[in-house]
Design a protein around this ligand. Structure first.
Ligand code: AMP
Ligand code: FE
Ligand code: FE
Ligand code: ZN
Length: 278
């Protein structure tokens, strides 16, 4: 049986309704599934109810965008209740910030001569906090690119011409917010920080001093070297080696329950939730 602590629904930039995602994961042998949408917990209640009905343990979670000077940082938070405060009260503001950032990216595209209709981007997101995948979809609909990969390669990827960095929480602020909301903060996909080992180590130390409890080590795209390197960092700083598939949609490279080799151990979720300090 598989355990997966990173998955998205259509309440952010995934393709499935929360209940549908839980059913799909269950069909792939997932027993424990965390819902970690970008900057929202809107899918958690529906996923939890679906999980109860079909026997999947659903862990309420979120994936917060954090402001860093280069690369990108996402911070996962895991909770034992569906709408933890103060986090839940701040979510509307995160959506506002994401809308402003998305608007800036769409303005840049238009200035570059890549005509894109803002209303089409907003409608495509169906109320989810706006992100680059929604802009990529609008670029596809407008016929500017053939697929998401091309949209990121040409325009939206980190450092590409229409890219605008996240205006999310500051590093320590994000970690504190998860802790104050009774949750366990975990560094997502450490590779996207784009720090070499000499810089990543002290940065993880800084996160640990701020209250971080885990780091994603078990991810399906990690090479054996990455698995070993992030695992060593976890041990050095006393962090829990967490992980998940980061599944978004049927075309995603990895599906629910795929957490790499070796896969995420069963006891990880209870260790994370026991680490909550409030
Ligand atoms: P944002 O939160 O707006 O910065 O968008 C980040 C999301 O875009 C990630 O969570 C992925 O879902 C998606 N993403 C990032 N890089 C790529 C890429 N190169 N190709 C396709 N999707 C990507
Ligand atoms: Fe995403
Ligand atoms: Fe992420
Ligand atoms: Zn994710």
């Amino acid at each position: 049986m598989a355990h997966d602590l990173h998955a998205h629904t259509n309440r952010s930039d995934g393709a499935h309704d929360p209940a549908e995602l839980v059913e799909y994961a269950a069909g792939r042998g997932v027993e424990v599934l965390a819902i970690t949408d970008h900057d929202t917990i809107a899918g958690v209640a529906e996923a939890t109810a679906a999980g109860r009905a079909i026997g999947v343990r659903v862990i309420p979670g979120i994936e917060l965008s954090i402001k860093v000077p280069h690369g990108s940082m996402h911070l996962l938070g895991y909770f034992d209740e569906p709408a933890p405060e103060p986090l839940a009260g701040l979510i509307a503001g995160f959506g506002e910030k994401r809308a402003q950032r998305a608007r800036e990216m769409v303005d840049r595209l238009n200035e570059m001569g890549v005509a894109l209709d803002w209303d089409d981007v907003v409608e495509g997101a169906a109320g989810a906090p706006l992100g680059r995948p929604h802009i990529a979809e609008a670029l596809i609909r407008a016929g500017h690119v053939d697929g998401r990969a091309e949209a990121f390669d040409l325009y939206l990827g980190d450092g590409r011409p229409a890219y605008v960095g996240s205006d999310g929480l500051a590093v320590e602020e994000g970690v504190s917010l998860v802790r104050e909301s009774g949750g366990a903060p975990v560094l997502a996909h450490p590779a996207t920080l784009r720090l070499d080992a000499a810089h990543l180590d002290p940065f993880v130390g800084r996160l640990q001093r701020a209250g971080l409890v885990g780091i994603e080590v078990h991810r399906p795209e990690h090479t054996p070297d990455q698995f070993a390197g992030y695992g060593a960092l976890a041990r050095r700083y006393g962090l829990i080696a967490s992980g998940g598939s980061d599944y978004h949609r049927p075309s995603s490279p990895h599906h629910p329950g795929a957490t790499g080799d070796p896969p995420l151990p069963e006891e990880t979720v209870d260790r994370l939730l026991a680490a909550e300090l409030g």
